[in-house]
Design a protein around this ligand. Structure first.
Ligand code: FES
Ligand SMILES: [Fe+2]
Length: 351
């Protein structure tokens, strides 16, 4: 489980853009300690965290213009990690440079490329449909920290069946349990989906769905490598949905796209960034706040379960079984493992 290492040639979320205001910020991402800061232009920058002199974290330093200065003896580094000044001496010693990372600000988030800089292509950052559209509302919450491996979260996101058990009072309802999932493979991940037809609207969505009576509901979980998910929830009046139906939805449809970005800090800790886009009441700030609170409450249910699953994995001995609903998560893990192995093999070859 997660024994292969990390997918490095990928964009990970490093921070919310508005977390990066005053001063530098230290984060751990796939095991590496990184310090983020803003340059004079406002563009974000990221360098490895520890000063090449006596290893003080640059998060304790100061940003001046486009440089970050260590808070101990003032070594200065530019955004690409080059050491550009050592106070009280003329030359910069060999080996004083640290690593710089490619970063991009998009969708209110700061993204970091953890692999080879030459391969970083901002066009491969996930698209967010309807971003900035006046017809769509937006809500978000602070990042959540899970004390578990990121793959347990990916498993969870590819497993809509857990909704009926973990989220009984929010996303779920008794109608969810029996309907089987469809799994489709895409170049960058897997999609698991199903239609639940002619069912009552579950509690989380009751105030959002703009029609009365039973609904046809689409649950679609798309999880991409290494660990991001776009979850689509669609409710249409009963009879309008079901397999084969699709966009454009009818005028009474409720659509919510949930964007979920999981950044592994290390093997046992993960940071979870999320926001939702909805096609109803776009300017309703109270609704946005209520949705964020409800999503936080529901995700806290996942967090509690997954932290305990991690404890079970760390504690129990012997094998564990898999069941039918594990098909999506297991295929995802297998493909990701192969991608990581291929990346590592390519890296070894060029060295
Ligand atoms: S520890 Fe950073 S300048 Fe000395
Ligand atoms: Fe969940």
């Amino acid at each position: 489980m997660g024994k292969t290492g990390w997918l490095r040639n990928a964009w990970y979320v490093a921070a919310w853009a508005d977390e990066l205001t005053e001063g530098p910020l230290e984060r751990q991402i796939i095991g590496e300690h990184i310090v983020l800061f803003r340059q004079e232009s406002g563009a974000p920058a990221a360098v490895s965290a520890f000063c090449s002199h006596r290893r003080l974290s640059l998060a304790k330093g100061r940003v001046t213009g486009d440089r970050i200065a260590c808070g101990y003896h003032g070594l200065e580094f530019s955004a690409d990690g080059a050491c550009v000044n050592v106070p009280c001496q003329n030359a910069v010693p060999k080996g004083a440079d640290i690593r710089g990372y490619r970063v991009e600000e998009r969708w209110g988030l700061v993204w970091i490329w953890m692999g080879e800089a030459a391969l970083a292509d901002p066009a491969t950052i996930v698209e967010v449909d309807h971003w900035g559209s006046p017809d769509w509302g937006y809500n978000c919450g602070a990042a959540m920290v899970y004390d578990c491996n990121y793959l347990l979260i990916a498993d969870n996101l590819l497993d809509p069946s857990h909704v009926a058990w973990v989220h009984q009072t929010s996303f779920g309802g008794t109608s969810c349990e029996a309907v089987p999932m469809r799994i489709r493979e895409a170049p960058n991940g897997f999609t698991v989906s199903r239609w639940i037809t002619d069912a009552p609207v579950t509690p989380f969505y009751r105030d959002l769905v703009p029609f009365d009576g039973h609904a046809d509901r689409l649950q679609q979980y798309e999880v991409r490598y290494p660990s991001l998910a776009v979850i689509k929830a669609v409710f249409v009046p009963a009879g309008e949905g079901g397999e084969g139906s699709g966009e454009p939805w009818g005028p009474r449809a409720f659509v919510m796209d949930s964007y979920n970005f999981i950044t592994p800090e290390n093997e046992g800790r993960s940071r979870y960034y999320w926001f939702q886009m909805r096609n109803v009441r776009p300017d309703d700030a109270d609704l946005s706040m209520a949705m964020s609170a409800a999503v936080l409450a529901a995700f806290s249910e996942d967090l509690e379960v997954l932290n305990e699953v991690q404890r079970g994995m760390d504690t129990a001995t012997g094998p564990f079984v898999s069941i039918a609903t594990d098909a999506g998560p297991l295929r995802f893990r297998n493909r990701l493992e192969r991608l990581i192995e291929a990346e590592q093999a390519a890296h070894t070859k060029v060295r």
